[in-house]
Design a protein around this ligand. Structure first.
Ligand SMILES: Nc1ncnc2c1ncn2[C@@H]1O[C@H](COP(=O)(O)OP(=O)(O)OP(=O)(O)O)[C@@H](O)[C@H]1O
Ligand SMILES: [Mg+2]
Length: 425
């Protein structure tokens, strides 16, 4: 490569130029000659040499001035310039170096010396350029690695957060399950005992219709007739309530479920319902704000392949944001706070969509542009970490091959759209 170098030689004496050209060409360099500073500068408009050999004493424009002008052009600033001059005084040499030359050869010169110096400077130049390119490449690599590191760190924080919540939820569900199991087991016994007692009482009443006064008085006092009628109804309600607690506990367990390493077929509607269950408390009326109306518009959507814990996390992040946006102030104070969750299958596009819309505060253009950025939040310190949407997008797009987009109008509301690929096999 160095032997293929392009060299610009500048000398006002054609004979000198010829000698230099011949000498350099003989070892393989391509040489372009110029017989004045002006011509050299003109050549440089359409020519990029790897090295320049420059005479100093020339009419009109001397070598120092040519050198200065070349060095002032950014594209030639690093091209090595070697002076070849009959001026061998120390003053000229110093001046040569101070205007930017890398070397100074006195005339008359030794051919071999010129060749060695040219070769050395070409090599140095080549190495420097390589080094710079390497530094740029390494810097880019390091920047990329840093960005990846930051991303995984934040992801870990979020996972940690979800896992802490999952543990809490799973723990609570577990603690509820033990007494609940006892309750459910007892109710069937109680039902039987109660039936027996009531039958027994009826037998008494049938065979001893005229009980002593104390018994009749007590029966009136406690309104025995009402108790006998009400007891089974009450019992049925209790049974239903226990069943409800059991179903809530099952939902909590489902929500907290650890992510398996492989994707599984999951029911999106179940995921949404579980998430809503967890957020139930936040949907209730709060201060001035009436309860949030949740409208479910579920379509005929098949099971999808995915990581249920992650998808639940996305639903959680989006729904929590929607509630935050409503809490922040409903777009229209008259309108009742509302969140709509719509699911639909777009068979022609091989997609399933979940659209979550709210009539909360909405986003300004500035917020819209940054919403997906890591650590971007408009919420108070301690209220928002700014990770929710970034993680949600990563989960949907990178881990599930889908898309997460949104539309928002300040003062009107926001609509988030999750698109997941339809299972085709
Ligand atoms: N439904 C929405 N309506 C209005 N603004 C929203 C909505 N969803 C997100 N935003 C805006 O986008 C920002 C980023 O949301 P993101 O969920 O990433 O972080 P966060 O909610 O602030 O914090 P957290 O990490 O706790 O979720 C929010 O601070 C908010 O300004
Ligand atoms: Mg959020």
């Amino acid at each position: 490569m160095i032997n293929e170098a392009q060299i610009l030689a500048v000398d006002d004496t054609p004979a000198n130029l010829e000698v230099i050209t011949e000498m350099l060409s003989s070892v393989g360099y391509t040489v372009v000659g110029a017989i004045s500073g002006e011509r050299a500068l003109k050549r440089l408009r359409s020519y990029q040499p790897d090295l320049i050999l420059l005479d100093i004493q020339m009419p009109d424009m001397d070598g120092f001035s040519v050198c200065q002008q070349i060095k002032a052009m950014p594209e030639f600033a690093t091209v090595p310039i070697i002076f070849i001059s009959a001026l061998s005084d120390i003053g000229s040499m110093v001046r040569g170096f101070s205007v930017g030359a890398v070397d100074y050869i006195s005339k008359p010169f030794q051919e071999l010396e010129v060749l060695m110096r040219v070769k050395t400077h070409l090599q140095l130049h080549h190495l420097t350029e390589n080094l710079e390119a390497q530094v740029v490449a390494r810097t880019q690599e390091l920047e990329k690695a840093l960005a990846q590191l930051q991303q995984s760190r934040l992801q870990l924080i979020q996972q940690e957060k979800m896992s802490a919540m999952g543990n809490l939820v799973a723990g609570v569900a577990h603690d509820i399950n033990n007494p609940l199991g006892f309750l459910r087991g007892s109710t069937s016994n109680i039902k039987e005992y109660m039936g027996d007692l009531l039958t027994h009482l009826a037998l008494y009443q049938q065979h001893y219709p005229d009980a002593i006064a104390a018994i009749q008085e007590h029966a009136e006092e406690i309104d025995l007739e009402f108790i006998v009628k009400d007891l089974p109804t009450l019992f049925t309600s209790m049974n239903e309530a226990t069943a409800r607690i059991a179903s809530i506990s099952k939902n909590l367990c489902n929500f907290a479920r650890r992510d398996l390493n492989d994707k599984v077929l999951m029911d999106l509607h179940e995921g949404i319902d579980n998430t809503l269950q967890i957020l139930k408390f936040r949907l209730k009326s709060q201060g001035e704000r009436p309860p949030i109306d949740v409208v479910k518009d579920y379509g005929d959507v098949p099971m999808v392949m995915g990581f249920p814990g992650q998808i639940n996390q996305v639903l959680m992040n989006l729904l929590a944001n929607a509630i935050d946006a409503i809490d922040e102030g409903p777009s229209d104070a008259e309108a009742a706070p509302k969140i709509t969750i719509k699911t639909i299958t777009l068979a022609d596009q091989n997609l399933i969509e979940i659209v979550i819309s709210d009539n909360g505060a909405g986003m300004s253009d500035e917020v819209k542009a940054k919403a997906f950025e890591y650590l971007f939040t408009t919420k108070a310190i301690g209220q928002g970490t700014g990770l929710g949407l970034a993680i949600a997008r990563q989960i949907i797009e990178e881990n599930h091959g889908g898309h997460l987009t949104f539309k928002s109008t300040l003062g009107e509301g926001t609509e988030f759209r999750i698109q997941l690929p339809l299972q085709t096999d």
